[in-house]
Structures are given as structure tokens and as C-alpha cells.
Design a protein around this ligand. Structure first.
Ligand code: RFL
Ligand code: PHB
Length: 391
């Protein structure tokens, strides 16, 4: 098989890239380890920045998001038992975020890809290998149903997430990684109950962080900080709801409606960056190149902006025979990536309980939060990072 761009991974990065390239007339094939149903079963991000919303519109898959997505103009910070609203819209000159689940984004992109008859190879398992990307004729090989296949291409896009094969295929001596692992994770529950509040609540409490989010007016997504060693099996639904309740303010506690979980999982928290993001004709995009803790809701949005830069670069290459975008892809992405890494690390540090810092750490966090909600300058800094820095 021959294509212009072989894409490894059918998560949001790979699917979005495939769609943008297709719109620009650049042929592409996606190879995915899992089944489509498995990809859709992963409950992840919920908050889209305006750049991600615009990208989905631009590639013609924004209709359902426009209908069903919830536009949010603010978030609430809860500390010392009281909630304080950050008016993101007012502080950023009219910007907002859209609450629309990653599962729905993926669904819309998969539907569009299928309707357009574009090739996606699912269920390739761990057989995918990358070859010759240091030259001009890269190849992606995989085994499906016992038969070996090869895709000849001009470029490979590594969109295969943190545990994928693409970053692992980069020459070790050219790759530098930066990592911070946090000593806790997020236990998340999805349930068909109305959200406790119309906007997201980020809570700093003496028992640890909590987040009240949602997917719709009838479906909620809640998280509580748990130690890294905790196992999801040891958390019953009742135990989860009780823990969440203790981390809310009295009014929210009163309003909280609980119900059976549809999904329950623990996500570890990590900051990670791989540099560079290009090795010859292999590009890394999204979680394959970087991970941020979910506190700032930046992971999916960073994936979307990498893909924006990458599709522009590839289209310039084919249309204008201009390699500027390709040559500067890594540098341009990493500038934005490190700002999101910085913001997500800061917001994580401010909102979570760090066992080693004790009561002193808690007091310092509360003082910073007090400053943050009462200083227009500090609130504006939070708001402009949360809605997303300009491209
Ligand atoms: P993905 O989604 O991991 O997709 C990669 C795909 O590649 C496949 N793959 C392979 N395919 C072929 N061969 C191989 N060897 C392969 N190895 C892997 C995988 O099966 C998969 O289908 O990466 P991508 O596309 O870069 O997308 C990144 C986002 O998924 C991620 O950044 C976000 O989910 C992070 N995130 C959030 N981001 C936000 O912007 N806003 C949020 O509100 C938000 N909340 C979250 C989050 C992540 C979370 N978890 C579980 C880590 C909340 C949570 C709890
Ligand atoms: C979510 O709804 O899953 C979500 C929202 C905001 C975050 C992280 C996750 O910061």
C-alpha cells in the first residue's frame, strides 16, 4: 500500500490529522493497535479550548459539538470551604471553553473518516514497526490476521500516545526527555446524574483535590485525588460519593445527586516532554510527545495544536514545495507545549495535597488561592491560560 502520510494511532491526534490532511487533498492511512470500540470506550478529556473547537469546525466535524457542547464562561475554585468564581469570559475579553467529551470528538471524527471512505486499519496489536524515516522513503509495517503488510509513505506521523511505538522508535541518542511523576492519581467516576453546579468546580481541601465536571446536563464526571498505590477495585461507588461529598462546600454537598457509576478508573498524574518532536520524516504529535496532568485540561488541546502545526507544515510541503513548517515544527510546538506544561504543573501544585509539605504547604496554598481570587492580575493569568494561549 502507498500513501503520502502514514499515521500511527487513531486517538484524537491521529484522527484529526487525517481529517485535516484529507481536506487539503493529502492522502493518509491510519494504523491503530486497538479496535474502534476500544478507542471509544476510554473516558478522558472534557474541556475544549477555542482553538480545538475551531479546528473541528474547520475539518467539517463540528456540527454535533455546536449543538450538544456546553459553552462555559467561568470556573469555580473551592478552598477553605467556600467557592469563588473566576470569570474567564470577562477577564479574557470574551473567551470561553466548550465542555464536550473526548469520546464524542473521537466518535465524530471516526464517523467522518468512515463516510469519506478513508483507510483505517484497526486491531493491528503490537505489530506496528516504523522504518527508514531517516531517508526519503519511510515505511510502516504491521501484521493483521496473520498477514504482513507494508505502507510506503513520504512521512510518518506518530500519534500513538504515551505508550506508543513512535517515540520508542526514535534514535535514543537524539531524544531527550523531561519527566515529573506526582505521588497521586485521579479516581474518576462517570454517572448519569445532573451536575452539581453549572460550571466546573476545582476544589482544594485538607483531604485532597476534587473536581466536579460534566458531559451534559444529565451526565456528570467527578474526580477525587487518591494515593498512587490505590486500586480502583477497592473503591465502591458509595465510598467514592462519600469521599467526594466531604470535599465539597455545604451548598454543593446538599445539591449533589449520586447514582451508579458507568465508568470508574484511576489516572496517574505525570508531566513529560520529549524533545525534539521530529526525527527526519517522523513527527511526534499529542501524548506521544508530551503528557500533562489533567488539572489544566490541556492534554487534548495540546494534541489539537500540534496537529494544527503539523497539517499546515505538510500541506505547505505538498502545495508550495516549502519546507519551512516541517523544519520548524518541533521548535514551534515545543514553545507552546512548555507553556502548557508549566501551567498544568502550577495548577496541580496549587490544588492538590502533597503529603510531604504538611500543614505548612496547605496554608501556603490557601494564601495563594486567596490572592488568586482577589487579584485581578492573578485571576487574569489563570483565565488566559485556562481558555488557551494564542497559537
Ligand atoms: P491517545 O488518545 O492516547 O491516542 C493514541 C492512540 O494510539 C494507539 N496506539 C497505537 N496504535 C498503533 N500502534 C501502536 N504501537 C500503538 N500504541 C498506541 C492507542 O491505542 C490510541 O488509540 O493520544 P492522542 O491522540 O495524542 O490524544 C491525547 C489525549 O487523549 C489526552 O491528551 C487527553 O485525554 C488528556 N486529558 C485531557 N485533555 C484535555 O485537553 N482536557 C481535559 O479535560 C482532559 N482530561 C485527560 C483528562 C486525560 C485523562 N487521563 C485518563 C489520562 C482526564 C483524564 C482522566
Ligand atoms: C473532565 O471533564 O474529564 C475534565 C475536566 C477538566 C479537567 C480535567 C478533566 O481539568
Amino acid at each position: 500500500m502507498r500513501t503520502q502520510v502514514a499515521i500511527v494511532g487513531a486517538g484524537p491526534s491521529g484522527l484529526l490529522l487525517g481529517q485535516l490532511l484529507f481536506k487539503a487533498g493529502v492522502s493518509n492511512v491510519i494504523v491503530e493497535r486497538q479496535s474502534a470500540a476500544h478507542v471509544l470506550s476510554r473516558i478522558r478529556a472534557g474541556v475544549l479550548e477555542q482553538v480545538a473547537v475551531d479546528l473541528l469546525d474547520e475539518c467539517g466535524v463540528g456540527a454535533r459539538m455546536r449543538r450538544e457542547g456546553l459553552v462555559h464562561h467561568g470556573i469555580e475554585l473551592l478552598f477553605k470551604g467556600a467557592r469563588h468564581r473566576i470569570d474567564m469570559h470577562g477577564l479574557t475579553g470574551g473567551k470561553s471553553v466548550t465542555v464536550y467529551g473526548q469520546t464524542e470528538v473521537t466518535h465524530d471524527l471516526m464517523d467522518a473518516r468512515q463516510a469519506q471512505g478513508l483507510e483505517t486499519v484497526y486491531d493491528a496489536g503490537d505489530t506496528v514497526t516504523l522504518h527508514d524515516f531517516d531517508g526519503t522513503h519511510p515505511k510502516v509495517r504491521y501484521v493483521k490476521d496473520g498477514a504482513a503488510h507494508e505502507i510506503e509513505c513520504d512521512f510518518i506521523a506518530g500519534c500513538d500516545g504515551f505508550h506508543g511505538v513512535s517515540r520508542a522508535s526514535a534514535p535514543a541518542h537524539l531524544l531527550k526527555t523531561y519527566e515529573k511523576v506526582y505521588p497521586f492519581g485521579w479516581l474518576g467516576v462517570l454517572a448519569d446524574v445532573p451536575p452539581v453546579s453549572p460550571e466546573l468546580i476545582y476544589a482544594n481541601t485538607e483531604r485532597g483535590f476534587a473536581l466536579c465536571s460534566m458531559r451534559s446536563h444529565t451526565r456528570s464526571r467527578y474526580y477525587v485525588q487518591v494515593p498512587s498505590q490505590d486500586k480502583v477495585e477497592s473503591w465502591s461507588d458509595d465510598a467514592f460519593w462519600n469521599e467526594l461529598r466531604t470535599r465539597l462546600d455545604p451548598a454543593a454537598r446538599e445539591r449533589l445527586i449520586t447514582g451508579p457509576s458507568i465508568e470508574k478508573s484511576i489516572a496517574p498524574l505525570r508531566s513529560f516532554v520529549a524533545e525534539p518532536m521530529r526525527f527526519g520524516r517522523l513527527f511526534l504529535a499529542g501524548d506521544a510527545a508530551h503528557i500533562v496532568p489533567p488539572t489544566g485540561a490541556k492534554g487534548l488541546n495540546l494534541a489539537a495544536t500540534d496537529v494544527r502545526y503539523l497539517s499546515n507544515a505538510l500541506v505547505e510541503h505538498y502545495r508550495d514545495r516549502d519546507s519551512h513548517g516541517i523544519d520548524h515544527y518541533s521548535e514551534v510546538c515545543l514553545r507552546r507545549v512548555w507553556k502548557a506544561v508549566r501551567f498544568s504543573w502550577w495548577f496541580t501544585s496549587l490544588m492538590h495535597k502533597f503529603p510531604e509539605t504538611g500543614e505548612f504547604g496547605q496554608k501556603v496554598q490557601e494564601a495563594e488561592l486567596d490572592y488568586l481570587v482577589n487579584s485581578r492580575a492573578a485571576s487574569t493569568s489563570l483565565a488566559e491560560n485556562y481558555v488557551g494561549l494564542p497559537l
